[in-house]
Design a binder for this molecule. Structure first.
Ligand code: HEM
Length: 513
């Protein structure tokens, strides 16, 4: 209304073309302009970048523009805008910068892929993570966590503090290697070249995601940098290993008599790779390797980070830990968890839900507009780089009561498991819409099993004299100097609930006869 729209109506009546008219409209201030955050980026370089973004969110609101020299980003912290981008109009967005940064390691794997390649691969991969597969993985989670328990047991005996972040990273690497391509990294026990190669590549991906200048694209530097040489050697080792594993698996598939069907699973090798080859995936394709590498990385660092921050949070909130241990004692005793137990470990699940709220992994989702759109009432052009700050959504002071408090009780135990849909995009630990995480069930079970088995056996305290735990970021949130903890064996005598149940059953059969 007012002067600008008078001019607009006048111009359109004169038959002025749309583009011209849009230009004038903007110039005349008819369209609201996205708030622009002004500030120096020097602050960003010293701390995890999502922290200054939170401060800016409190000042500028649910969508604002942040400019660094020639680059600019739209920062989204509003649930309805996030829902619009991720779900309602997801076709108008691509992975943008993320795909560029990750190309060297993931190629056209499922996380960076867009358009038709993504559609085809999503349809191939999602069925591999069927219910029977996820259920079969529970045993694997238990065995791997048991290996970690043995390690902690030794540390407890020796009275040595442990750095939990690196142990969690090894735990989840062992799990994901087996789960995705039936390979035992055994990284909790030994340090092999392949384990080091995986870490070299991961660190490079993280360095690239926070680097101000893409030095890896400079032609001469590319060839002489010792760091890049090391990365390329590591990549070659991983790719060769993957090729060997694919060949090995293909031989198994050719020899077996199993018919491929919806819940197909080879009991000896339930891996995702086995499913994909049995379903007819092409063995020699770079696409298959890209997808395996993508799942290796996606499923490894994320879960390791979730466990790290969960134990950090638990160490700060002894009442939550006590309640958690009570539940685990009564449901699980000292057994390995089964799928039935997982349904009963409700408080443990809420602890993971709440840890993912306070420390979302990754803390921001990256998109680029490939079409014009309107976000929060503001028209935006194609080619805009967008960060959806999950960190801001999850800590918004207007939405969450005591937003910074670790309070698993905020979700009732008899209510639904919180997710992006039932929380209206105020909570999106696994993203949302068509690009939502394919491993959400897998990861939740993995984390619940690990937390349950660990707190059942041990108490965890921050180590005396340990450096304060600060955050730094690559793709996920890391600690700056590790999570140093003192681990002690719990003195409580183990209750074995199954045995009690068994006794009860015997009793009742005695009575009825
Ligand atoms: C995508 C989180 C574990 C495989 C995503 C996304 C999030 C996420 C937020 C959406 C990214 C976006 O929209 O840009 C997590 C967390 C995990 C976890 C917090 C652990 C706690 C896993 C595991 C796997 C996996 C175990 C594999 C078995 C993937 C894949 C995608 C994805 C392939 C891309 C899906 C697509 O674009 O179609 N994950 N993830 N994730 N995740 Fe996970």
């Amino acid at each position: 209304t007012g002067f600008p729209s008078l001019v607009k109506n006048g111009l359109s009546k004169l038959g002025v073309p749309k583009e011209f008219f849009q230009f004038f409209s903007q110039w005349l201030g008819d369209y609201p302009r996205i708030p622009e955050a002004k500030g120096s980026i020097s602050a960003v370089r010293n701390e995890a970048f999502f922290i200054p973004l939170y401060e800016l969110f409190l000042t500028y609101g649910g969508i604002f523009r942040l400019t660094f020299g020639p680059k600019s980003f739209l920062i989204v912290s509003d649930p309805s805008i996030a829902k619009h981008i991720l779900k309602d109009n997801s076709k108008a967005y691509s992975k943008g910068i993320l795909a560029e940064i990750l190309d060297f390691v993931m190629g056209k794997g499922l996380i960076p892929a867009d358009g038709e390649i993504w559609r085809v691969r999503r349809r191939a991969i999602v069925p591999a993570l069927h219910q029977k597969y996820v259920a079969a993985m529970i045993g694997l989670f238990g065995q791997a966590t048991d290996r970690l328990c043995k390690k902690l047991d030794a540390a407890a005996s020796d009275g040595e503090d442990v750095e939990m972040e690196s142990l969690f990273s090894r735990l989840t690497l062992d799990i994901i290697g087996k789960a995705v391509f039936n390979y035992d990294f055994d990284s909790l026990t030994v340090d092999t070249g392949i384990v080091e190669a995986v870490y070299t590549v991961l660190r490079e991906a993280e360095d690239r995601s926070v680097a101000p200048i893409p030095v890896w694209e400079i032609p001469i530097w590319k060839d002489i940098s010792p760091k890049l040489k090391k990365v390329n050697t590591a990549l070659k080792l991983i790719n060769d290993t993957l090729d060997d594993l694919i060949a090995l698996c293909k031989r198994m598939v050719d020899e077996e008599e199993l018919q491929f069907h919806e819940e197909y699973m080879n009991e000896k090798d339930p891996s995702i790779l086995h499913f994909l080859l049995a379903s007819g995936d092409e063995v020699s394709s770079k696409q298959l390797r890209d997808d395996l590498m993508t799942m290796l990385i996606a499923g490894h660092e994320t879960s390791a980070a979730v466990l790290t921050w969960t134990f950090y949070l638990l160490s700060k909130e002894p009442s939550v830990m006590a309640k958690l241990q009570d539940e685990v004692d009564s449901v699980l005793g000292d057994r390995f968890p089964t799928i039935e137990d997982l349904k009963k470990l409700r408080y443990t699940t809420r602890v993971i839900n709440e840890s993912l709220r306070l420390y979302p992994q990754p803390p921001v989702l990256i998109r680029r507009s490939i079409d014009e759109d309107v976000l929060g009432g503001y028209p935006i052009k194609r080619g805009e780089d967008i960060f959806i700050s999950v960190w801001n959504l999850h800590r918004c002071p207007n939405h969450w009561e005591e937003a910074d408090k670790f309070n698993p009780e905020r979700w009732p135990l008899d209510g639904p498991n919180p997710n992006e849909t039932n929380q209206n995009y105020s909570y999106l630990p696994f993203g949302g819409g068509p690009r939502k995480c394919v491993g959400d069930m897998f990861a939740t079970f993995e984390n619940v099993v690990a937390v349950a088995m660990l707190v059942r056996r041990f108490d965890f305290q921050m180590a005396l004299g340990a450096p304060p735990v600060k955050m730094t970021t690559g793709a996920t949130i890391h600690t700056t100097e590790g999570l140093n903890m003192t681990v002690t064996r719990r003195t409580r005598p183990p209750v074995v609930p199954n045995l009690e149940m068994a006794t009860l059953e015997v009793d009742s059969s005695v009575n009825s006869s």
